[in-house]
Design a protein around this ligand. Structure first.
Ligand code: ADE
Length: 231
């Protein structure tokens, strides 16, 4: 069966999707809830994976093995590190990389996973094109395409954010996307990550994080629904 897996890290990021599903069936696995159903008549499996790369990787592998999803869409918020981006802007993944993979002490470049073929994981071109097109159609905010960085750290320091952009070419930083990307690449499954900017990764996050998470979640929901409908 051709069905899409949709993942968010936090409940705010997927609750609108969950509410819109029809013919729902819930399955618990490894402490995580998977919700099967239909969105505009199309089969999807939605899950809240929890925060961080381990949670994201585990849920992605379960979606592939147990629910046999044909593609994965990850949706949520991120901190902007590219100075051109504003709060509320949307970034569609061209590719993803782990910024906290650091084996520089042994001579590997920052972000490079030792002894592994790939460290930069390319999103599916067709899904990314579709996400970009639908993003422009349903959101008022600017939509960008570029590199999404992930690490098990909430970045709240201007200099750290600047380095992520300068050294690794990231547009935004979050805590799950590259893990989903890596698992999808190893399993040869198409993926796309869609992130709305909730903060500037500079320490001002606490002031506007909750407010922009809500806006971002609405954008994410509208885009995901439009993408699934167009598949
Ligand atoms: N998600 C949203 N904002 C973030 C930030 N500044 N760092 C990591 N993950 C985020």
């Amino acid at each position: 069966m051709n069905r899409m897996g949709i993942i968010g890290a936090m409940i705010e990021e997927i609750e609108l999707l969950e509410q819109s599903l029809a013919e729902k069936k819930t399955t618990e696995k490894a402490g995580t809830t998977f919700l099967e159903g239909t969105l505009h008549g199309l089969p999807v499996v939605v899950t809240k994976c929890g925060v961080g790369k381990v949670n994201a990787a585990m849920s992605t592998q379960i979606l592939i093995d147990t629910f046999e999803v044909s593609a994965i869409l990850f949706t949520g918020v991120a901190g902007a590190v590219d100075p051109r981006l504003g709060i509320g802007d949307i970034v569609i993944s061209e590719d993803c990389m782990q910024h906290d993979m650091d084996v520089t002490a042994l001579g590997f470049e920052r972000g490079v996973i030792p002894f592994q073929e790939e460290s930069v994981f390319k999103a599916d071109r067709q899904l990314a094109d579709l996400a970009y097109e639908k993003g422009k159609a349903v959101c008022q905010s600017p939509v960008w395409r570029g590199r999404i960085l992930s690490g098990d750290q909430f970045i709240a320091d201007k200099e750290q954010g600047r380095q992520l952009h300068a050294q690794l070419g990231g547009m935004c930083t979050e805590m799950e996307g590259a893990a989903v990307a890596q698992v999808c690449s190893l399993n040869k499954r198409p993926f796309v990550i869609i992130r709305s900017m909730s903060d500037r990764a500079d320490g001002s996050a606490h002031e506007n994080f909750a407010e922009f998470t809500k806006l971002a979640s609405r954008h994410s929901f509208e885009m995901s629904a439009a993408i699934v409908q167009a598949l």
